[in-house]
Design a protein around this ligand. Structure first.
Ligand code: HXC
Ligand code: NAP
Length: 271
């Protein structure tokens, strides 16, 4: 799916974790729609590879090394964006950490590290970007990447589930606080996205692929481009009246846990 090549023309977008997976998918889709990109994460080498691909597409893009657990890093990334391109119109809080460990075996530090990256990192993105977003001539956009597992419990990932539920609450609050500033605040909740390291590690290598697939009515894992399309839509003029929404992109999985993807056949009508 491609949008018009001017759908995001003139916008500057900062994407945390933009060098891999879903974040890089969003970066490529934003670039194809005319946005300028700032990618921020810890691994400079990974970021530079991603920036090379975006430049090869003809986009203006820069990398900033930042750990979202540190507010000063995120603040500095926002400053670099504004100093380089003159403004910041879109912030995508996408960076996250996750691994499978039952709560009984989870160390306090394992809990803390995921809460720090996911929940505190999203707060840092919001707080640092606010002054720039409220002056955006397009109307600022703040997007947080959540998950459908946030509100249904997530055995093996209590830390990530709790962090994502916290993010969803934060976004509801920001919708109310920042609406008057013209800033639209929405979450995108992906289901299992096949072309990511997380799904390979957490589902495929753990032998859960078929089980997970059977719970998806559309019968396949999603693609990073599916999440990117939702992000372009929300940040374009088409998303002008959308704030406070959770856009679920999961092939129907969260609506049909009990049917486990089995095709339902009609039975003979009772006499
Ligand atoms: C148990 C673990 C663990 C594991 C780390 N820890 N991995 N405990 N099982 N597999 C514990 C460590 O023992 C330590 O606790 C604490 O967590 C911090 O670990 P560090 O390695 O010191 O942390 P750090 O170097 O800061 O790395 C952060 C990280 C790492 C989250 C642990 O995995 C990371 O950088 N991940 C980024 C990439 C990622 O996770 N992508 C997935 C995105 S989300 P102690 O007590 O020993 O000090 C995603 C969702 C998928 O993909 C959803 C669908 C499947
Ligand atoms: P990924 O490829 O593993 O990406 C995680 C990104 O976050 C990496 O680019 C990483 O870059 C960055 N990051 C991690 N810790 C960071 C930190 N402390 N500071 C700055 N950057 C950090 O993950 P993904 O699967 O694409 O996931 C992206 C988002 O989608 C996450 O919010 C995730 O929870 C959500 N999600 C994914 C799925 C899925 O199926 N994959 C499903 C539901 C929700 P560096 O290593 O360079 O720092």
């Amino acid at each position: 799916m491609t949008f018009r090549e001017d759908a995001l023309a003139g916008r500057v977008a900062l994407i945390t974790g933009g060098g891999s997976g879903i974040g890089f998918g969003i970066a490529k889709a934003f670039a194809a729609a005319g946005a300028k990109l700032v990618l921020a994460s810890r691994n400079a080498e990974r970021l530079e590879t991603a920036i090379g691909e975006l430049k090869a597409m003809g986009a203006e893009a820069i990398a900033v090394t930042a750990d979202v657990r540190k507010f000063e890093d995120v603040e500095s990334a926002v400053k670099t964006a504004v100093d380089t391109f003159g403004h910041l119109d879109v912030m995508v809080a996408n960076a996250a950490g996750n691994f499978v460990v039952p709560l009984a075996e989870m160390s306090p530090n394992a809990w803390k590290v995921v809460i720090d990256i996911d929940l505190n990192g999203t707060f840092h993105c919001a707080k640092a970007a606010y002054p720039a977003l409220k002056t955006s001539s397009f109307g600022g956009r703040f997007i947080a990447i959540s998950t459908t597992r946030a509100l249904e419990g997530w055995p093996g990932c209590a830390h990530a589930g709790a962090a994502k539920a916290g993010i969803m609450s934060l976004m509801r609050t920001l919708c109310g606080e920042w609406g008057p500033d013209g800033i639209r605040c929405n979450t995108i909740a992906p289901g299992a996205i096949g072309d990511t390291e997380g799904v390979k590690r957490i589902y495929e290598e753990a032998g859960r692929k078929e089980l997970e697939l059977s719970s998806i009515p559309l019968g396949a894992f999603g693609k990073t481009s599916d999440i990117a399309s939702a992000a372009v839509f929300l940040c374009s003029d088409a998303g002008a009246y959308i704030t406070g929404a959770d856009i679920v992109v999961d092939g129907g999985r969260n609506r049909s846990r009990s049917s486990t993807g089995v095709k339902v056949e009609a039975t003979e009508a009772a006499e």
